[in-house]
Design a protein around this ligand. Structure first.
Ligand code: PMP
Length: 411
């Protein structure tokens, strides 16, 4: 089902690929603006999962029978498609449940055995808890310290401060590619270059980048890149960690069990080669079949088209919100993904989100798993509207009209 013709995308046809968007909520047409939390799934992904369970379901890598071979081919096929999608080698891509698992794998397998007292882990102010708490756990157990790379009030990285903070004691830098609260797109390539010159290992959280733009991990030059499938049209419980080959080969396993071994005896165990060494147990096979279909879907549509469409939606949304009196936007970086955090004077974020839900509008309110960032801005919560390429300009108008209406109710 081609959705592009002569370089033009039929966005109405694209939207029709997402059946959930047709439903109503509280008797109103759904406006789903919580895509930074999780994205909706196209029919091709839903059918791929359904088809796997109807025709192929078997465990991977263990069976020589036909179904086992097909299941293994499907699972490994996703690894290859995903690797091509982000321009890395398949054998450097560990499939896992998502960014949280991926970063914890780096924390326990790479960082914990290497860091000690006198070492520092540099973490930016705008990180999701998934890229803060694992490092705090490592620091607690290793004696390493955490240092915070601060941001500017506009919500961009303070690059001078970041470079100054890269002192010889810093062994690891943890940085998000795109902020889930501010939408800021960080200059990860330049930052990784600076870090590499100083021998600092870089861990990039790509959860919010892959859904919005073409990501070439090899070109970024990081050491580790973590991402999640469910924000990029794929199923929940899927994601991956890319790591430089030399790191994967030097890292001990994180979890022990089946699949990650070559040979086990009570005298000792020989571990499998990477990436299988880090994939103990039965994986989310059907989920990865779905993720393969998601990658195909995004590829066919073209990430450049998605980026341009979301830039238009973001410009419209930002302009419309700016015209609301007393509305403050958090994050005004020049390069932003379609994520808008805001507060309206005199209205609590949760009250706004609750009343908007009654109007059929789904946005997120709260701290967005980024307490230190909200502490920086001195606020307890924000609202966050995050449209995706399948949303429409009409939905932005409906959202803004609903926001004006519920604000009156609260005022
Ligand atoms: N990092 C960022 C920037 C995120 O937005 C999220 C998801 N909200 C995560 C990490 C965690 O991803 P997951 O829950 O899929 O592991």
């Amino acid at each position: 089902m081609p959705r592009t013709h002569n370089g033009q995308v039929d966005w109405a046809a694209v939207r029709a690929d997402f059946p959930l968007l047709l439903r109503e909520v509280h008797g109103k047409p759904l406006v789903y603006f919580d895509n930074a939390n999780t994205g909706q799934k196209p029919v091709s992904v839903i059918e791929a999962i359904d088809g796997f369970y109807r025709r192929q379901n078997a465990n991977v890598s263990r069976a020589v029978h036909q179904l086992g071979t097909e299941a293994t081919d499907a699972y490994e096929g996703t690894r290859r498609r995903l690797a091509a999608f982000v321009n890395v080698r398949p054998d450097e891509l560990v499939l896992c449940s998502g960014t949280t698992f991926a970063i914890n794998l780096v924390a326990y397998s790479w960082a914990l055995p290497r860091l000690g007292p006198g070492d520092t882990i540099l973490v930016s102010r705008m990180e999701h808890h998934a890229n803060i708490v694992p490092w705090q756990l490592v620091a607690e157990r290793s004696g390493a310290k955490i240092r915070v790379a601060e941001i500017t009030p506009e919500g961009t990285l303070d690059l001078d401060a970041l470079t100054r903070a890269m002192t010889p004691d810093v062994k690891l830098l943890a940085l998000t590619h795109v902020s889930n609260v501010l939408g800021t797109v960080n200059p990860v390539r330049a930052v990784c270059r600076e870090a590499r010159r100083r021998g600092i290992v870089t861990v990039i959280d790509g959860s919010q980048a892959l859904p919005h733009r073409k990501v070439d991990i090899a070109a970024i030059g990081c050491d580790f890149y973590a991402f999640t499938g469910h924000k990029m049209c794929g199923p929940t419980g899927t994601g991956a960690l890319w790591a430089r080959r030399e790191h994967l080969q030097a890292m001990p396993p994180f979890l022990g069990g089946g699949e990650m071994i070559k040979e086990v005896s009570f005298d000792g165990t020989v571990f499998n080669d990477p990436p299988h060494r880090f994939e103990a147990g039965t994986p989310n096979i059907a989920g990865f079949v779905g993720l393969g279909a998601a990658v195909d879907y995004l590829d066919r549509l073209g990430m450049d088209h998605i980026e341009a469409r979301e830039a238009e939606l973001l410009a419209h949304l930002t302009e419309a919100l700016t015209r609301i009196d007393g509305l403050r936007i958090f994050g005004t970086a020049p390069e932003k993904a379609a994520v808008v955090s805001f507060l309206v004077e005199g209205a609590h974020a949760h009250d706004l989100a609750t009343l908007l839900d009654l109007e059929g509008v789904a946005i997120r309110s709260g701290q967005h798993c980024a307490h230190p960032l909200l502490q920086f801005y001195g606020v307890a919560a924000t609202c966050r509207a995050s449209p995706a390429f399948y949303n429409t300009h009409e939905e932005i108008d409906a959202f803004v009209a609903a926001l004006r209406k519920v604000r009156k109710l609260l005022g």
